[in-house]
Structures are given as C-alpha cells and as structure tokens.
Write a protein of this length. Structure first.
Length: 294
C-alpha cells in the first residue's frame, strides 16, 4: 500500500517512519523542505496510486480547513482523506460534506501516543463508513500497538465519532495528570517525613492499583529533574479538554473531575505551582510538548 501524509511535524514524521517500518510506502508533504518528500500537493497527488489515500496530520482549526480544501483540488472521485489531527468533532461533518461534493471519501481518526508512538504504536479511534475503515485497515494495523486489534483500534461510529472519542480520552487524561500532580505536591510538602519522593512513586510501578504509563512517565521526569527546577508551572491546554467540558455542559453530564483539571491549568497561569510543574513535565514526557523554563 502507498499512501500520502500531509504534515510532518512531531507526530506526522514519526507516523511516516512507523508505516515504512511496517512495509507501507509513504510519500509525505510538508512546507518544510528539510522533511518533505515532494515539493507540492500536486506532486503528492501525482505520485500516489489511484484511488489515493491521504492522511492529514496538521493542527486543528483553520490549518486543517485549508489543507482539506487545498488537497481536494488535486484529488479525484473515489480518493480517501483521513483527518488524523486533533480536530473538533463538529468540524468532521463539515469536512465530510465538503469532500462528498467532490465524491471524495472521508474518515476522522483520533490518534493517541504522542512522541512515543513510533516505538509503542498509536491508539486509534476511527469515525466514518465501514467500507472506508476496512480500506484503510492496513494503515491502522501498522500504526496501532502490537497485540489484539481491539486493544489499540476502534471503529467508534460514523463521521465525527473518532474525534469525539479522542476528545473524551483527552479530558480523562487531564484529570489523571492532575491527580498525579497533586499527589506529587503533597509528598513533596512532607520531605521532613518522606525522604525519597521519586522512589515512592517508583515503588508503585508494579503490583499497585495505580500503576500506569503516566506513573512511569512521572518517575522518568522526576529522575531527570527531581525538583522540577528547570520547568515553569505554567501549563497550556490543547483545546480538547475545554471541548469535553463544553460537551458535558450541553449534555448536562457531570464531569467535576475533568472540569477541575481544566481550571487547575488556568490557575497555573497565575502563580508558579509545584503540581503544575508536574503536569508540565508529564506533557513534555508523553507528547514532547514544550515547557517554559523557570
């Protein structure tokens, strides 16, 4: 199988490499000449076999809108566009309807795995028609983690379902990171009693009910900088956490823990907090997100 990828940043570049390692042919386009395989979208369309599959991996919002409109101009009826970025699920219907006017197929796919996805694989959540999902399954099987397919991939429903599931996933992620961060601050506040904070977290990695990948990443961050001296407590939010709370308000679904985690990030922008340093460190560890230096 030969596919195209548009957007070769942190995620897109690693995904291209993982797909190639699993035997797929990938042609990537990016405005950055240092990473691109082709010089233009027109050249990308020319090198792909028909019917084409093009994976879009760019930031959500206007950039995704523009890319989908621009790539539609070089594709043909029967081609398939996959939006693997962090688009808001409400945008998917708009993109799907626009591409349908050109007889181009569309899938939305939530992708989780951050900078570790190249090595570990990516959790994938797809929305769209079953026939389109099946057509793209060799791509999903190459990107997902080793093991049973249903433990790393789901066809969640029609167009929009993939990004909706990813939105909720990220809301849960906010809450989990906040819990770890608050636990860190509490332990750190009693160094007169707990003399090995990092070791305390590390001792939870096997056999305890709270063992998790986030715990492993927190231990890694603490081993690199036990006091987070080099990290500011200022924490950004990517948008999906906010969208989760907006959706909960619209549906009258109580999400107090996720909401509190969002507001805690806002607090981080008002003062330098040890717990927010931990959240910033976790975001850097799992997603390669930039941290502000203290």
């Amino acid at each position: 199988m030969h596919i195209g990828i548009i957007g070769l940043g942190k995620m897109g570049n690693n995904m291209r490499e993982r797909l190639r390692k699993h035997g797929l042919t990938v042609s990537g386009y990016d405005p950055n000449p240092a990473v691109t395989d082709v010089a233009s979208l027109q050249e990308l369309a020319a090198v792909l076999p028909v019917p084409r599959i093009v994976w879009v991996m760019v930031p959500s919002g206007k950039i995704t809108d523009d890319v989908i409109h621009n790539v539609a101009d070089v594709l043909s009826p029967g081609d398939l566009v996959i939006d693997g970025g962090n688009s808001r699920y409400t945008d998917d219907a708009v993109h799907g309807e626009f591409l349908a006017t050109r007889q181009i197929r569309f899938l939305d796919v939530g992708v989780s795995g951050g900078i570790w996805g190249l090595e570990n694989g990516y959790g994938l959540m797809a929305g769209g028609d079953a026939a389109d999902v099946e057509r793209a399954m060799p791509i999903f099987d190459a990107l997902r983690p080793e093991g049973p397919r249903d433990e790393g991939f789901v066809h969640a429903g029609p167009i929009g379902a993939g990004h909706y599931v990813k939105m909720v996933h990220n809301g849960i992620e906010y809450a989990l990171m906040q819990a770890w961060a608050e636990g860190y601050e509490l332990l750190d506040s009693r160094k007169d009693l707990v003399t090995d904070v990092t070791g305390s977290f590390k001792a939870w990695q096997r056999g305890t009910v709270v063992r998790s990948w986030l715990l492993e990443l927190l231990v890694k961050a603490l081993e690199e900088d036990p006091e987070f001296h080099d990290i500011s407590g200022y924490v950004e939010d990517s948008g999906e956490g906010r969208w989760t709370v907006h959706e909960a308000l619209d549906r009258a679904v109580p999400v107090p823990t996720i909401s509190a985690a969002i507001f805690a990030r806002f607090v981080s922008r008002q003062k330098d907090s040890p717990s927010m340093k931990a959240v910033a460190a976790l975001r850097n560890q799992f997603g390669g997100h930039a941290v502000r230096k203290s």
